[in-house]
Design a protein around this ligand. Structure first.
Ligand SMILES: [Zn+2]
Length: 112
């Protein structure tokens, strides 16, 4: 089992995109509004019926953002997750690196 690690992270505020490069060579650009919509916390996932179910959309770009979101602050949590503070005040979502890697928008990864 290889471990996915990020090798670089850039919060591109003008374009409202979070850019993460990985140790497998991929560079992913996550639209912030879509990333907010994919927040994995219990509150955002609707509570009990999702308990124990991993929420992991296969294509983050298919989510429909309720509005345009911005990231106020990005806080690393240990070495396993990223905790963004959104401009709506929400900050309880822990995005593990594994989750972020899974969310990598497919349209942004055409390298061949
Ligand atoms: Zn949330």
């Amino acid at each position: 089992m290889s471990t996915i690690r990020h090798t670089g992270i850039t919060l591109n505020q003008p374009e409202k995109v979070l850019e993460i490069s990985w140790n497998d060579g991929r560079v992913c650009r996550y639209p912030l509004s879509h990333l907010r919509e994919a927040c994995p916390c219990v509150e955002c996932r609707g509570g009990h019926q999702f308990m124990g179910m991993a929420f992991a959309p296969d294509n983050i770009l298919t989510l429909t953002p309720r509005r345009s979101y911005a990231v106020v602050e990005l806080n690393p949590v240990g070495n396993y997750a990223l905790q963004p503070v959104w401009d709506d005040g929400h900050s309880t979502g822990l995005y593990t690196w594994e989750y972020l890697h899974h969310l990598c928008p497919p349209s942004e990864t055409t390298e061949s």
